[in-house]
Design a protein around this ligand. Structure first.
Ligand SMILES: N[C@@H](CC=O)C(=O)O
Length: 303
């Protein structure tokens, strides 16, 4: 794993893969299977990994968190940057920072929670957690107006934000007043589009933000990396064709459940045996597995 302070220049160099987390039959983190996912992504050119929502870290225990950090530190290649996520509750986040401090990650992302929070309180939480960690942290904007632009600006002025994952889902991503307000107070070079390939062209080309995160990259890393390169090189026709390439799987994720479908898709694509998913989620049924296989066939990931 690449260690040392997080360099924001990395945000535009690789798609940020957001992998599922493989577990064995006893629900223990399966180092061998997770390493297969990491090797597959690295073979496809990916150099940035974000363990968060798709790994269901919202529900992880402290013991699992420790195992996870050990596993990803040991498994990621020397040129691969890894960002683990912590939280979402303040108390758990604070306990997890004590564990994070035993490892050499450049930064970590606070998972967002919509319940029992307000913007000023979230800002206090981010400031305190960053101070405790001793490093700027990643802010995940998943809900509209979760953190006010004023609070964001004051946090950034205090140097506690490493970068922002912007993932507020819009029917039309081109119409996004909150993203415009965020861009008024925070540099586009440190904002990453956080909803996969589908809004990436609009977010990068029209809003000028940097790079994107993706779950689907875990079944077709080269394609997703080519999409990032096409957008950066101005070949929007190619970028659009790759966006459409991912639609069969992304539509299933949107219609059923993005995390559950991705967890199974990585297994059905033959990348790794992802095993049982972390409770409070459940594995998909056989009918959904058939639909995922069909989508993967359409994408020529499997035959
Ligand atoms: N939620 C998106 C990007 C990751 O955060 C996905 O899973 O594709």
């Amino acid at each position: 794993m690449k260690t040392g302070p997080f360099n924001p220049n990395l945000l535009s160099e690789s798609v940020f893969a957001v992998p599922p987390l493989a577990r064995d039959a006893d629900y223990q983190i399966d180092a061998d299977e997770n390493e297969k996912i990491i090797r597959f992504l690295e073979a496809g050119g990916v150099r940035s990994l974000l363990y968060g929502g798709n790994a269901v870290l919202y529900h992880t225990s402290l013991a699992d968190f420790d195992d996870l950090l050990g596993m990803i530190s040991d498994s990621a290649g020397p040129d691969t940057t890894v960002v683990p996520s912590f939280g979402p509750s303040f108390g758990i986040a604070s306990d997890q920072i004590n564990i994070l401090q035993e490892f050499d990650f450049g930064t970590a992302m606070l998972l967002p929670s919509r319940d029992i929070v307000d913007s000023a309180g979230i800002a206090t939480g981010i400031r305190k957690l960053s101070e405790q960690y001793g490093k700027p942290i990643v802010v995940y904007l998943k809900h509209d107006r979760w953190l006010s632009p004023d609070d964001l600006k004051s946090l950034d002025d205090d140097g506690v934000i490493s970068w922002i994952k912007y993932a507020v889902v819009r029917e039309n991503p081109a119409e996004d007043d909150y993203l415009r307000e965020v861009l008024d107070v925070f540099p586009a070079e440190r904002i990453v589009s956080g909803i996969g390939e589908q809004p990436a062209i609009i977010h990068l080309r029209d809003f000028g933000i940097t790079g994107f995160t993706s779950g689907c990259v875990c079944v077709a890393p080269r394609k997703s990396m080519d999409m990032l390169g096409s957008i950066q090189g101005g070949d929007m026709e190619m970028a659009e064709s790759i966006r459409q390439y991912f639609l069969p799987l992304e539509n299933l994720r949107d219609g059923i459940h993005p995390i559950r479908v991705l967890h199974e898709a990585v297994a059905l694509a033959g990348v790794a045996n992802t095993g049982p998913i972390q409770p409070m989620l459940s594995n998909v049924c056989d009918e959904t597995k058939s639909k995922i296989q069909e989508a993967l066939r359409t994408m020529k990931v499997i035959h």
